[in-house]
Design a protein around this ligand. Sequence first.
Ligand code: HDE
Length: 806
Amino acid sequence: MPKTSPPNKSTASKASARNKDSGPAQPPASGSADKAVAKAAEANDLVAGMPFNSTKSAEHGFANGLAPQVGATVAPASRLPTGSTLTEENTSEKVGSVAPEGVNATIEPLDRVRVDSSKQALTTNQGVKVADNQNSLKYGVRGPALLEDFILREKITHFDHERIPERIVHARGSGAHGFFECYDAATDLTKAAPFQKAGKTTPVFARFSTVAGERGSKDTARDVRGFAVKFYTDEGNWDLVGNNMPVFFIQDAMKFPDLVHAVKPEPHNQMPQAASAHDTFWDFVSLMPESTHMLMWQMSDRAIPRSYATMQGFGVHTFRMVNEEGTSVFVKFHWTPAAGTHSLVWDEAVKISGADPDYHRRDLWERIESGAYPEYELGVQVFTEEQAEEFSFDILDATKIVPEELVPIRPLGRMVLNRNPDNFFAETEQIAFCTAHIVPGLDFSNDPLLAGRHHSYIDTQISRLGGPNFHEIPINAPVAPVHNNQRDGLHRQAIPRGRVSYEPNSLAGGCPFQAGAAQGFVSVAASLSKQDEQGKVRAKPEKFADHYTQATLFFESQSPVEQDHIANAFRFELSKVTVPAIRQRTVAMLRNASEALAAKVGKGLGMLTMPEALPRAATEVATPEIMKSPALSLLHRPGDGSLAGRKVAILVAPGVEGDFVLSAQAALLEHGVVARIVGPHIGHIPTVSGDALDADASMENEPGFLFDALILADGAEAVAALSQDGHTMEFIRDQFRHCKPILCVGVARHLMRQAGLPISMDKSMAQGGTGLIVVDAGEGDGSLDAFMAAMQKHRHFGREMDPPLL
Ligand code: HDE
């Protein structure tokens, strides 16, 4: 028998370091060349370096709560004790090597997940090259298909599961990447990362949407538009999830499901799609008079924007900004489009929804692809708690605005959308916004609608995106580092290194450690005033009961044309209601906001007698500070005068003055206007000079209402041909009815006459005051400036008639 050697400490350490179910009484000596022993020794040293939880005492008391401490950490002697495994250095093409220190690779730029298949063979999802993508596997060419065909089954199975639930609201939307650029440091207001330095840029993704329609519904429905922006800041993601209207229908999250159920298609027959013009919506809102103000906005032209690039955005709720000193102020967020606020008219919106349901999606895409980047200025109205207390309205009430004339907007920076997504689903569909995504320097107010939203958005993503790891979907991952102890769940991407997933810990040297007040998010210690210090209660503040003062303010602040459009929209919507009593109740509600409006709507609905005004919930209301707010009119923001992104139709037929067509097209293109040559058919169109034009659109595939303006070129033969085509008259009449500029050269005036346009064709029309510019032969080029000036006005409502003459 061999003689046993005396017990050897190093052998014992090696043996015990190779056991994972119990350990030695004494720590192994450090400095061992054996990795397992070294790891065990260093782990012990690391843990011993934290003999107790040194920040525990700082978890108590109000002052500590305001200024949490940085968590305790101990640096390990090497990376050995914090690793998951001793084998992490065994690399392969798949596993790669050891995680770089302190790095979460799931937040790397989107390049990490981009796929380009050029010059690549087709494969299965397992990377197996597919030899034949045309035929399923069969037993003989006429024989039965075989279950073993894993290629067919993988393909079909994936296809079967391609759809995810659409958003419960705002299902229909379009988005784009861009950046936010800070004008000047706003450190007096906030320590939020995007506002710390002049010129600083922060990547953003914006998504615009309608609310009621389903994912495939039309873009030009009368509806509120979502205006949601995700800022990928250095200090985490901040989502400003707003709308293109600054108020909302309801005051408390408790009513949101009711509102949405009322506006969505009626449950028994699933009609109407993407429309509020039906019984259940008006039944609900006429029983909820707090919606009156929002209804004014929704019935205004704001609900049918010309483009996502020409609408405002609002944060709606009151938020807070907090600076480095911890001083907080209230803010309201405003986005103002550089291109001005422009809308469609209702008849146009209805027609567009048939000819191009993707109208806004296409417009956003085309603007960005052509370099006419949508741009918006972000500003805030800033006010203190003391000021807020003095206001005649409650700043926690999402049915109220803070008039700009009372608190002006302070510009902070601009957002430019300059990159279309590569893939709609991966980016626009999977982006997940949440009001609770904020960063240090921002905070919430106690708006009860906002509180409900914080819960709702995360909750809805869990079912929409299939589990709690939607933050790891590339478009949702922040650019700021992500390190926490959250683990597992469906579709987990991250592979955390090490065995620690809790805090406090000493086994990972305390990491990831709590950031403390200097770096981390600390809520503003907002306190309630004495009078608000009440017990638990389900009730609203008294000022919430004033349902009409600001509805009146909005209506009175509109231009006469806008007021007409609001009245007409109420008339249209309520005419679609099938129960007269609902109509009566709504008109009764409107009487409290504006007798003139109610009378006009009542007349439009053929009411013989007006209903009694609804009883008011508020017996006394405070006198408003502002009786008229010019800033509330769409006409208040004509924009920078740029025409970029607009579309012009140049109508042509064989025998047209081709030289003018081409020079007009070139001149417009120089201003970023896309002028399309529209013929009776696409393709070859001979011109009067014997050359030819290539029409890239026809009156059939691009009806007139899809264009912002129209040019009728000269040419006797062309005019004769166009006058024989019924499309021409519709084309011209729609341009006229929708108050858009028309430039008419030479004999083309016959087309205008034939279309029945009520104009006198004298020379004064060359000035274009009405948006109709009629000039003699040879004067086309010289009148392009006047035409573009008319386009800058966008619409010429002077010629609008109700009912329309044509
Ligand atoms: Fe939303 N809202 N909302 N909302 N909302 C959603 O979240 C909700 C409200 C807004 O492009 C949902 O991810 C509740 C006001 C936009 O992805 C959902 C309440 C404002 C978007 C949800 C409100 C908005 C949403 C559906 C009342 C303007 C689209 C899918 C308490 C300030 C974001 C989703 C995008 C989307 C809930 C009221 C704007 C269900 C409960 C007020 C722009 O979570």
